[in-house]
Design a binder for this molecule. Structure first.
Ligand SMILES: Cc1cc2nc3c(=O)[nH]c(=O)nc-3n(C[C@H](O)[C@H](O)[C@H](O)COP(=O)(O)OP(=O)(O)OC[C@H]3O[C@@H](n4cnc5c(N)ncnc54)[C@H](O)[C@@H]3O)c2cc1C
Length: 456
């Protein structure tokens, strides 16, 4: 055997799996293979001494103990920063105006929705919970509970902001399992929110937990984990195929060289795993390849604060479809994490693209920057020039848990049972957030240990 375990992919998930395994089995027992010349996948940060610019995720909610434990294990706890409390305010752009999303009863007086839309939303506590287990889209769930207008304007915008996805295609159970549980356990969302607020005394409108990052951005996590693994990550090393070997697996590289190991964790996007498993297990490869992805562009802009007429007093804003604006949303980074920009500068992060507007990714950098500037200027009352604009493209950035995801997961889990010692981890399966990636890494870690112990 060349090594005990090969972890394929050095994004957050692969790095988390590899560091957990290295801590348990020793560094030499783990080898992480990464296609790119650097670690991180969709997570990373650029820094220029004044600004911190995250490539993908700009934080995680500090509600998942396993993430905080991993950060502690990496020795990074002292670098954590919680988002400014101003971040509790969130806005939706409708008819060119930013409307704050308010908790009831303030919500009822907000012009974000029409009077009919607000009245329909007030009926939510009286809507009976869904009785059967048939698959439901996010839009189906939301329009049933809060009405079509609120579903389109509020939920549709949120789904684009989080998943870059179409609420009419994504599966409610797989994207928002907590909300499904709220309906099931409390009989409705309002009833659940009030019960939870009583317990936590927190705002029911914000997500539970506080948005958290590092002084140096989420890339700190990638750098900390990579430093622990040192030469046990091999860069510019794409895996091209997988085969069964004596007492384990053969991981095959494009030059035909083979790495022999007892267990394999795939922590690459599902389409990449589909490619290297096509000759290994066609049913598995088919299920992996059927998970669609949406592309996203992250446009980071910096302006002198004096150039922005609107007070950036919150998290930022989302834009529902149908508003004639292609931007999906804009986060006010310098409000969220003030030390990620100089005091006199406003740092903004705009998302564009997603599954409802994939053509945005075909625009040149210049066209994309022009589009974003044209759309942001009236909304934020911008009266000056951007100091810089940077664009990061994620061609296949976020997996889409569409209806049918359950069957794909079942097929992948069945393949894991057919091939002891092979595990699939990452954002393609049971959650896309950084916390979900850590939980998925832990699952792969435990499965791998179990397999190694069984074959000892
Ligand atoms: C724009 C954007 C914003 C986001 N915002 C947030 C946020 O605010 N909060 C949050 O919690 N989450 C956020 N997310 C989600 C989160 O960042 C991702 O789910 C997470 O980074 C995915 O990590 P991963 O390791 O599973 O996959 P990836 O990051 O995709 O890593 C997979 C790795 O596998 C490598 N690879 C691919 N093929 C091969 C091969 N054949 N051989 C070897 N290596 C291979 C890739 O190069 C890559 O490094 C965001 C995502 C995006 C795109």
């Amino acid at each position: 055997m060349d090594t005990e375990v090969v972890v394929i992919g050095a994004g957050v998930t692969g790095l988390c799996t590899a560091t957990l395994l290295a801590q348990k089995l020793g560094r030499e027992a783990v080898l992480c293979l990464e296609k790119a010349p650097h670690p991180g996948g969709t997570t990373g940060s650029d820094r220029d001494g004044r600004f911190v610019m995250d490539w993908g995720g700009n934080g995680f909610l500090d509600r998942e103990p396993r993430t905080l434990e991993w950060i502690e294990q990496l020795g990074l706890t002292n670098q954590l920063v919680r988002a400014n409390t101003a971040a509790a305010k969130r806005f939706i752009c409708r008819n060119g105006v930013l409307h704050e999303i308010k908790a009831p009863p303030g919500f009822f007086f907000s012009p974000l929705l029409s009077v009919m839309g607000r009245l329909r939303l007030c009926l939510e506590p009286f809507i009976p919970p869904k009785k059967d287990n048939s698959p439901e889209t996010i839009y189906g769930f939301a329009s049933r509970r809060i009405g079509r207008e609120a579903a389109r304007i509020m939920v549709g915008a949120m789904v684009l902001g989080i998943y870059g996805g179409d609420a009419e295609k994504l599966s409610m159970t797989h994207c928002f399992p907590r909300m499904v549980a709220m309906e099931r356990d409390y009989g409705g969302l309002m009833k659940a929110l009030l019960a939870i607020r009583r317990k936590r005394k927190a705002s029911p409108m914000g997500p539970p937990g506080t948005l958290t990052s590092f002084q140096g951005g989420t890339g700190t996590l990638i750098e900390g984990a990579s430093a622990q693994l040192q030469d046990r990550i091999r860069f510019n090393t794409p895996v091209s195929a997988l085969a069964r070997g004596d007492n384990g697996y053969e991981v095959i590289l494009p030059d035909g060289s083979v790495i022999r190991c007892r267990a394999v964790v795939s922590a690459v996007p599902a389409y990449a795993a589909a490619a290297f498993t096509s000759d290994f297990d066609a049913a598995l490869s088919g299920a992996l390849g059927a998970i669609p992805y949406a592309g996203l562009a992250v446009v980071t802009l910096a302006f002198p604060k004096a150039a922005i007429g609107r007070d950036l007093d919150g998290f930022g804003f989302l834009v529902p479809r149908g508003e004639g604006i292609r931007t999906l949303g804009c986060l006010w980074t310098s409000t969220l994490f003030p030390r990620q920009a100089p005091e006199n500068m406003a740092l903004l992060r705009v998302m564009a693209g997603g599954s409802t507007d994939p053509e945005v990714l075909d625009l040149s950098d210049e066209e994309l920057a022009d589009l974003v500037l044209k759309e942001l200027t009236p909304v934020l009352d911008i009266g000056g020039k951007a100091e810089f604009i940077r664009i990061k493209r994620h061609e296949k950035g976020i997996p889409q848990y569409t209806i049918g995801h359950e069957q794909r997961l079942e097929a992948i889990e069945a393949a894991e049972s057919r091939h002891p010692g092979l595990s699939f981890a990452g954002n393609a399966y049971r959650g896309i957030g950084l916390n979900d990636c850590v939980l998925s890494a832990e699952r792969a870690f435990l499965r791998t240990l179990e397999c190694l112990h069984r074959s000892d």
